[in-house]
Design a protein around this ligand. Sequence first.
Ligand SMILES: Nc1nc2c(ncn2[C@@H]2O[C@H](COP(=O)(O)OP(=O)(O)OP(=O)(O)O)[C@@H](O)[C@H]2O)c(=O)[nH]1
Length: 626
Amino acid sequence: MSCHETRDNEVDADETVALVGCPNVGKSVVFGELAEQYVDVSNYPGTTVDTTEAAFGDAKLTDTPGVYGISSFDEEERVTREIVLEADAVVNVVDATQLNRDLFLTLQLLDMGIPTVVALNMMDEAEADGIDIDADALEAELGVPVVPTVAVDGEGIDELRDRVDEARAPESTSIERWFDELPDDVEATRAEKTLLVEGDEPTAERVSTGKVVADGGVPALAETGQREDVYGHRRRRVEDIVGGVLSREERDSSWAERFSDLMLNPLTGTPIALVMLGGIFYFIGVVVAQKIVGFLETIVFGEYYNPVVNNTVESLLPAAGWAEPVEFMLINGNLGLLTITVQYIVGVLLPLVVAFYFVIGILEDSGMLPRLAVLTDRGLNRIGLNGRAIVPMIVGVGCVTMAVITTRMVGNRRERLISTALLGLAVPCSAQLGIIMGLLAGLGLIWWFGYLGVLLVVLGVAGLFLDRTLPGDSTPLVTELPRMRVPRPRNILRKTYNRTKMFLREAIPLFGVTAIAISVLEYVGGFGLIQRALSPVTALVGLPQEFARVLLLGLVRRDFAAAGMTDMAFTTAETFVGLVVITLFVPCILAMVMILKERDAKSALLMWIGSWVVAFGVGGLLAVIL
Ligand SMILES: Nc1nc2c(ncn2[C@@H]2O[C@H](COP(=O)(O)OP(=O)(O)OP(=O)(O)O)[C@@H](O)[C@H]2O)c(=O)[nH]1
């Protein structure tokens, strides 16, 4: 689904009520409360990139991406502007702690003549900050209903629901004086005229081509825009209103503000971040990936599920010739559709996916994620990324397949390519890392640091190379820091459940098809051929021929390759080179399928081939040095 497609929950209704507000003000929570359904809620600006619809009495309720104004500065604003222009009423969600910022959009809606009700949300946080807002006075100033709410507790929602019918806009607006400067033959609504005097080009185009041909067409209309003057006037009106309705009592800074300051200062933020990352690594990498997944794989699937399924299939299928390939497809020991494939999905992916969404949910809702991004921004800038790329890197150490999905939140296409390539190349996943750590521990601590050093150098060099060679520029990190909050367990659990469900719905068919394809290849003898073809490349890194078997396993799954290394009789240097090669070697099949799904076929192929080149290039170099 592309970013701005409407979801498959389209509602057929004559009337539309749109929820509009700045990013992270609680629109999605209000939407969920009004529509009585759960939607994704995160303490991170920009969570809502799709428009979501739900039934609201006889009308249709639409949630929109967070915007600071309804002009055409970016895709979110364009999407929201279109919805607002079509809407019969707007519920404008305003953050009571950010009245100065948020009323700008409110006044723009009212200038446009859009029937509006204001939900004055986050009243609990305003109170905690010592902010007192006279909602009645605000209602009188704006001339439209104002309902104080604490959306997360459902407070004020009933009143809001009742008052949507009262949505209105003041009869006239003080920006009308600029309307007179528009060309005479422009036939436009008040909303369109407001956008025209703000110099909104798509509106100029629509009005001049769709309704009447204005003198001089689009350029003349666009030029009549007096954005600076209109915005300046609106900003002054906001300040006047806020001055009249808001009083503030001085309070000491809260724990959240003090912690946020510590996080943003590199001297204190870096150790805090490292401890936190260590905690995440321990939880996803050790507790889930090794302990829970290990238990599921060896005990639940290894001792119970797989033997039972194997016996059942064997006893149900007749001894006829046709049954042999069917049996192979269903229960072969490498990727049988009913055995190992189910084991991968339920025993490996499911626990990792749940753990990952759970951790990300906590990071999102607490407000930690954007602070981590700010902290790591400078370092990541050097390799063409911005701070947001830290998220996939952290997640990648848990599971690269999962991490590929999180690259969605990383800047533009170029940055998504760089971070995906680095993930596929030099970020070992925890399943593999566990086995590698064990093997390196046998060699000595110095080899462990050597291993980490090689990976960091490869990450840096590959990042620099990609940054220099890929066309285009990376985006700067522009993120408004949301407030630090204690996450609400109910939201985290619902979010984890919903995201996991969506992930599995998409992933299961893909994995099923992959498993069948590999099983067919194995059945027709393709695997043996590949193994023979691989033997020459093992010589390249100075390793014995048996290493080809390790590589073959690595084509399917990285931890299989690591496991394969455990029964090789290699020297210390050979083991080290072997471990570096299988770490830099191609991403596992699950990760490749995900890369293919998230990026394009050409990039996926280039990454796959690039991994071969880098793995054997670095391996060959190490073989010479050691
Ligand atoms: N304390 C408090 N938190 C709230 C309230 N309403 C929403 N939140 C929290 O604010 C954060 C943002 O809520 P969302 O509903 O995702 O905000 P949004 O406006 O839809 O955000 P975007 O889609 O990113 O524009 C979440 O962490 C919510 O739990 C409220 O009234 N009080």
